[in-house]
Design a protein around this ligand. Structure first.
Ligand code: AMP
Length: 115
């Protein structure tokens, strides 16, 4: 397990607002939400960054996408949400344990990447 805040959450050492928990990942509300719905999908395996994943992680990465879609639907934003993975400090990654941000409840201008 990674020695990060997410590793500690997965170990039960730090409390969280848990929305989903299975054998491979959890989903929690972000502690400092940047959108009305801001959820993090976090694999239990402590992969630091997306680029550190390997072919062995292929099924796990797909699983994170499926869980993200399920949780987005459950949170009421299944028809309009974005997924973000910050990879590396230069992209704004602050917690070096792979995670997928689900952002929903925002106005997404048509055809634009940034909201
Ligand atoms: P990133 O910048 O992509 O590494 O995202 C890290 C995210 O983790 C940020 O959006 C933080 O607000 C969030 N975060 C940090 N600590 C916690 C925590 N204890 N519980 C939930 N979310 C957290």
């Amino acid at each position: 397990m990674s020695d990060t805040v997410f590793g500690k959450i997965i170990n039960g050492d730090i409390p969280c607002d848990l929305l989903h928990d299975d054998e491979h990942c959890i989903a929690i509300n972000d502690i400092s939400p940047k959108a009305p719905v801001h959820v993090l999908v976090i694999p239990k395996k402590g992969i630091p960054r997306l680029v550190d994943s390997t072919l062995d992680d292929q099924a796990l990465l797909g699983h994170l996408m499926l869980v993200a879609g399920k949780v987005a639907r459950e949170q009421g934003v299944g028809d309009a949400f974005r997924l973000v993975v910050n990879n590396g400090e230069g992209a704004g990654q602050t917690v070096f344990h792979l995670h997928v941000h689900i952002l929903g409840g925002l106005n997404f201008p048509e055809g634009q990447l940034a909201g």
